[in-house]
Design a protein around this ligand. Structure first.
Ligand code: GRF
Length: 202
């Protein structure tokens, strides 16, 4: 599979995914990193890792879908088969999501279906949940509502701040996302009829 990673910022999840290149039984190919922010730190990281990068400024387009159409054309030009969202902070149009149905995943920093959307760590603290975590899911048009592939949980500790809860979750994101992408590339997981299907081996 030729993989594109879409980012908007720091790119720590992207970097942890790129480490899959060191695993001999990983058969994905990271072909492109795309950002909608010129100053995304992850763009520089990707270049240092020898990955081709593209910046597409969403502000240069009159509406969401025309930006998405430009992204889609770029992905096709690079012969991308699979899209990985890693801190990509743009809501995608239904049109775009439908083009990549079953071929696009996201990581969300909460135990879905709890805390869809932004500020998940603050909301987890406010609600007083004792378990929090992250979720890898296929992307569907409804935000953070797609079929769940994998989850990891962390405890919420009594003195937690948003920052240290976020960093505890982020550590798990890095592990979980790589595991999930590897399972997909090795055909251990796929989406069929809107449901996640797990197979024993590839
Ligand atoms: C992660 O917490 C991810 O779950 C969320 O945005 C953050 C991105 O961090 N959607 P990074 O850019 O991967 O470092």
């Amino acid at each position: 599979k030729r993989i594109a990673v879409l980012i908007s910022g720091r790119g720590s999840n992207m970097l942890s995914l790129l480490k899959l290149r060191n695993e001999s039984d990983f058969n994905g190919l990271f072909s492109l990193v795309l950002s909608n922010k010129a100053d995304a730190k992850g763009l520089e990281t990707a270049r240092n890792e020898g990955i081709e990068t593209v910046f597409i400024d969403h502000k240069a387009f009159p509406d969401r879908e025309s930006f998405d159409r430009e992204m889609h054309a770029t992905l096709l030009n690079h012969k991308i088969d699979f899209v990985v969202l890693a801190g990509f902070m743009r809501i995608l149009s239904s049109w775009f999501v439908e083009q990549w149905e079953g071929r696009m995943i996201n990581i969300h920093p909460s135990l879905l279906p709890l805390f869809r959307g932004v500020d998940t760590h603050r909301r987890a603290l406010e609600e007083g949940v004792r378990l929090h975590g992250c979720t890898v899911h296929y992307v569907v048009p409804e935000l953070d509502a797609g079929p769940i592939i994998a989850q990891a949980a962390v405890p919420v500790l009594p003195d937690d701040t948003e920052e240290n809860l976020a960093s505890r979750v982020l550590k798990q994101e890095h592990i979980l996302y790589a595991q999930a992408l590897k399972m997909i590339c090795n055909h251990t997981v796929c989406l069929e009829g809107g449901k996640v299907l797990y197979q024993k081996n590839g």
